[in-house]
Design a protein around this ligand. Structure first.
Ligand SMILES: C[S@@+](CC[C@H](N)C(=O)[O-])C[C@H]1O[C@@H](n2cnc3c(N)ncnc32)[C@H](O)[C@@H]1O
Length: 250
């Protein structure tokens, strides 16, 4: 998927995003729990989306200056302002931040480039906190679509060790990598796809809108997804990677 398409998709989704952001909220809280003191003075939220983490970070460290960055202009606007920028090529000087935070944006990026930019903009002794998605994410959806057509409906999420080796290559130390499986339930498949779409992740869910699929193909997908149904509804699994590391002091 081209970077241009990802950016356009998130830009369009910005207004409807917060209502659907159960995953984002849970992951931000898990990532914040993995950060110890001391308080960082300057924080970058890279791929800030609508800015949910900004309030969490400011709540934990009220004296910190938090800068938000995202390449989708509508996201930056809804976040309350910030810098419209690609996190693979940040417009900040070296050593500008003490904490580099990025939640659920790396799965859209080249992890090597994003981590090397993180290393550059962090001051010596600065910390990295990144969450991303790993293979197994939306496995039910992948299964339901399997064999229906020639389109790929679920993004190829990179394995967690891609992030780990990018951190090692960029010189980070004290690397901690944890995997958590989160599952959310939906009343039906249309509701699940609406939520993915509102997250800007519509390419993750389906390449073509359900309405554009043949009726028979859509019914097959719905039927196959029903096999996954649990008491709480249709599950969607997210394999979350939580990564923290430090930039050496010298
Ligand atoms: C799933 S949202 C997560 C937003 C937010 N961090 C949160 O936790 O709610 C992913 C965000 O990453 C942004 N993004 C993806 N690739 C990016 C890139 N290369 N540079 C800047 N932002 C990017 C998208 O525009 C979107 O706002």
């Amino acid at each position: 998927m081209s970077k241009h398409a990802v950016r356009r998709s998130f830009d369009r989704a910005a207004a409807s995003y917060d209502a659907a952001a159960r995953l984002q909220r849970n992951v931000c809280r898990l990532l914040l729990d993995r950060l110890a003191e001391p308080a960082p003075a300057r924080i970058l939220d890279a791929g800030c989306g609508t800015g949910y983490a900004l309030g969490l970070l400011a709540g934990r460290w009220p004296a910190a200056k938090v800068v938000a960055a995202d390449f989708a202009p509508s996201m930056v606007t809804i976040a309350g302002g910030g810098v419209c920028a690609d996190i693979e090529a940040l417009p900040f000087a070296a050593a500008s931040f003490d904490l580099y935070w990025s939640s659920l944006s790396f799965q859209w990026c080249d992890a090597g480039r994003a981590v090397s930019e993180a290393a550059r903009v962090l001051a010596p002794g600065g910390r990295l906190a990144v969450s991303s998605l790993a293979p197994g994410t939306l496995a039910e959806l992948q299964d339901a679509f399997a064999g229906t057509d020639r389109h790929r409906h679920v993004l190829d999420f990179p394995p967690a060790d891609v992030l780990a080796s990018a951190c090692a290559t960029a010189g980070f130390t004290a690397l901690k990598l944890e995997r958590r499986t989160l599952r959310f339930h939906h009343g039906d498949l249309a509701a699940l796809l609406r939520e993915l779409k509102a997250l800007g992740a519509n390419q993750v869910g389906t390449r073509r809108r359900p309405g554009l699929m043949g009726r028979a193909a859509w019914q097959t997908v719905e039927h196959r997804y029903e096999a996954w149904r649990e008491a709480a509804g249709l599950p969607a699994t997210f394999e979350v990677v939580l990564c923290t590391a430090s930039k050496p002091t010298s």
